[in-house]
Design a protein around this ligand. Structure first.
Ligand SMILES: [Zn+2]
Length: 507
């Protein structure tokens, strides 16, 4: 690094562009990420890599001018200059956010199209950006649920910091989001807020009364009678036996449906109000609230979506997006399962409700690889949408390993098979392991093909936890470091396909 640093020191009075053009880009096993070279007063901050790791490097014209806040080892350069090299640590991420505020996540509430790019590895952001920056959209680069944090042994702070480093590496200044995904409790929301995550996806599945969806009329009447009088009067006068015109569609709400909605959702919406007020108090206008009711067993009926949207509005809750549970199945890692025509028919109504009652984004969860419904989703929302992807970037990594390091892939596959039944308790998928060819019957060249098979994709999709936190962890991350460019390029292709099919225009 010293050779590179000396070359920068000679250029330190020049412009950033001149420094980028003139520096020695690599020396021995070390190379600087070209887009990461940033001038800061009379020092230069950058990211670099060697055979084992990535790190932050700061070159200052004299040691006392070294910008404060970076941590690492300092060595002396010629003419009194100094070089600091430090890890991708919390302190160094904080220093980057301080000196380069565009590295920090921000609210995307004013942005039309947003795409959640879950990154379970902390390595996918650069590849995501290679795709995202070509299109008119804003990426939510950091996005994790509590379940994913536990499975990958990470914290919200680390998830955000990984995005910060990679945004810095990519010199991406257009703004990105960070989503504390599927949060159900105030204390979890507070952990996400403490990590400066501006987006909160509030999962109402545990506070809503989903089972009342199937209750008899008698049971609904009984539960409804127990609600506060003011709520009962409101439902009777404003919701029951009404027909709502939403765009080109009509949604009829009979008296029983209105009462059923009150029984199912009123308590959950009261909690949403509490969360909203908490977010406002903590972040002013700088947050994106998503309301999610997708983790339920039956699809969200248009009349229910409409009730929730009108109530959110009546309660004065400013929210950016809402995730209904759509008809059919949005299983992880595979295309839409179900009747595409029926999906299209119902999606039109959901999109119209969103436009009519608050103009919020319709959010599509487990949204990766749902290629057959993307055209409808893009068209009917006019691009006013949020798409969440999570595990698909992990599967792209698995495919890279299968291609570049077949023996490691074989070991990961075995680990996945061992833990499949345990993981099945956490994820709803319908993979049939008997359809996956035995590993021994496949040549190395055939291994990447497994990642084009739905059953194998789902097998590897849900077993990331045991693979990433067990005995294979070190070998896996070592390989990912080695094949960094392959991963970036594969992610770029994968996300280009997603975004193009949604009909998001190019810049
Ligand atoms: Zn979801």
């Amino acid at each position: 690094m010293k050779t590179i640093a000396e070359s920068i020191l000679k250029l330190i009075g020049k412009s950033e562009e001149q420094i980028k053009a003139g520096l020695v880009g690599s020396s021995g096993n070390i190379s600087v990420y070209p887009e990461s070279v940033h001038k800061l007063g009379t020092s230069v901050v950058m990211m670099a890599r060697d055979d084992e790791k990535r790190f932050i490097a700061v070159v200052a014209d004299c040691e006392k001018n070294m910008p404060k806040g970076f941590e690492g080892d300092v060595v002396r350069l010629s003419d009194g200059g100094g070089l600091l090299t430090g890890p991708l640590s919390a302190a160094n991420a904080a220093a980057l956010r301080r000196y380069f505020p565009w590295c920090a996540p921000r609210s995307l509430r004013k942005e039309r199209t947003t795409v959640g790019c879950g990154d379970r590895l902390g390595l996918a952001t650069y590849g995501h950006l290679l795709a995202a920056r070509q299109f008119k959209l804003s990426p939510v680069l950091a996005q994790q649920s509590m379940r994913e944090l536990a499975m990958t042994d990470r914290t919200f702070r680390q998830v955000v910091d990984d995005a910060v480093f990679n945004v810095f590496r990519a010199d991406y200044r257009e703004g990105y989001g960070a989503d504390g995904d599927h949060l159900k409790k105030m204390e979890d929301i507070d952990v996400a807020l403490a990590a400066e995550m501006p987006m909160i996806t509030l999962d109402l599945s545990e506070v809503m009364n989903a089972s009342a969806g199937d209750w008899s009329a008698g049971k609904i009447e009984e539960a409804f009678a127990a609600l506060p009088a003011a709520d009962r009067e409101r439902v009777a006068s404003e919701d029951a036996d009404k027909t709502f015109i939403v765009g080109s569609c009509e949604v009829k709400v009979d008296a029983l449906t209105a009462k059923r909605c009150a029984v199912m959702y009123d308590a959950a919406l009261a909690f949403a109000l509490k969360v909203y007020e908490h977010l406002r108090a903590k972040r002013g206008d700088e947050f994106d609230l998503e309301v999610s009711i997708d983790e339920t067993t039956s699809p969200t009926l248009p009349s229910h979506h409409l009730y929730i949207a009108r109530e959110l509005r009546r309660l004065g809750i400013e929210f950016s997006s809402l995730a209904p549970r759509f008809v059919g199945e949005f299983q992880k890692a595979v295309d839409y399962i179900g009747d595409v025509k029926e999906f299209d028919r119902q999606f039109v109504v959901h999109a119209q409700i969103a436009k009519t009652f608050g103009n919020y984004k319709v959010s599509v969860h487990s949204g990766s690889d749902k290629f057959s419904v993307y055209p409808t989703v893009g068209r009917e929302t006019g691009g006013y949408l949020h798409l969440k992807t999570a595990g698909t970037s992990w599967l792209v990594a698995v495919e890279v390993i299968a291609r570049c390091e077949p023996q490691l892939y074989r070991d990961m596959h075995k680990c996945a098979l061992e833990h499949f039944n345990d993981m099945l308790k956490l994820y709803h998928i319908t993979a049939d392991l008997s359809r996956i060819p035995a590993l021994d019957s496949l040549s190395d060249a055939e291994l990447p093909g497994l990642m084009s098979m739905a059953d194998a994709r789902q097998l590897l999709h849900i077993t990331y936890g045991p693979i990433l936190t067990g005995g294979l962890r070190e070998r896996f991350f070592k390989a990912m470091h080695k094949f960094e460019n392959e991963y970036d390029e594969a992610l770029k292709r994968h996300f280009e396909k997603h975004i193009s099919l949604l009909g998001v225009p190019k810049k």
